[in-house]
Design a protein around this ligand. Structure first.
Ligand code: FE2
Length: 197
């Protein structure tokens, strides 16, 4: 999408709806994931609003562009851009997260850290365009995610219960489950007033 024909109203409308969900849920995670997930599902069922500068892959690694951060850091929205064949390490989030597939597809493998010294992998799930998934420390917070395609870019939209670029969390060794702290940051930030007007 070029800047001129972007449907900015779609994303700003989504933000207004998501704000209402957060306000009314009053911290209840199950409500946020259900009602917020419905809002995200509507957002990712249309691919006419994401600016090109937030959909550029990098040849070596996946990219995380900050689309919006709530002024009180109650939540943040990120476009997660996969180059062909790219994947994350095994990692956690420490806050709730919603994942909505906008373009292409991704494969998520859940992990459990049993006794803190071994990772057990669960069943892989394929997320296709229009699908929504969630993570949280309550439901299962450790996973590894990959682009489902070796020959095309995939993009998912993520919402997290905090300013995820600043959150201290962990990557885990696949060999022995050893956690290592990391802070992801962002590839770039959309100016806060970009979506307004
Ligand atoms: Fe993740």
């Amino acid at each position: 999408m070029t800047i001129d024909n972007l449907n900015k109203a779609r994303f700003s409308g989504f933000l207004a709806s998501f704000d209402r969900v957060i306000d009314q849920a009053n911290g209840d995670e199950a409500t946020i994931l259900k009602q917020g997930g419905d809002q995200l599902q509507q957002l990712v069922s249309h691919d006419d609003w994401l600016p090109e500068f937030c959909s550029e892959p990098h040849p070596q690694h996946y990219m995380q562009y900050l689309l919006y951060c709530d002024p009180n850091e109650r939540y943040s929205v990120v476009s997660f851009v996969w180059g062909p064949g790219q994947s994350t390490p095994v990692h956690d989030h420490t806050v709730w997260g919603l994942i909505g597939m906008l373009r292409g597809a991704e494969v998520a493998t859940p992990y459990e850290n049993t006794n803190g010294d071994r990772l057990l992998s669960g069943e892989k799930a394929l997320l296709k365009a229009g699908d929504v998934d969630c993570v949280s420390p309550r439901l299962g917070d450790i996973h590894k995610v990959s682009n489902a395609f070796d020959d095309q870019v995939s993009i998912s939209i993520h919402i997290y219960g905090g300013n995820i670029g600043k959150v201290k969390r962990h990557v885990f060794s696949e060999a022995d489950g050893t956690p290592k702290e990391f802070i992801s940051g962002y590839a770039s930030n959309v100016m806060p007033n970009f979506w307004g007007g």
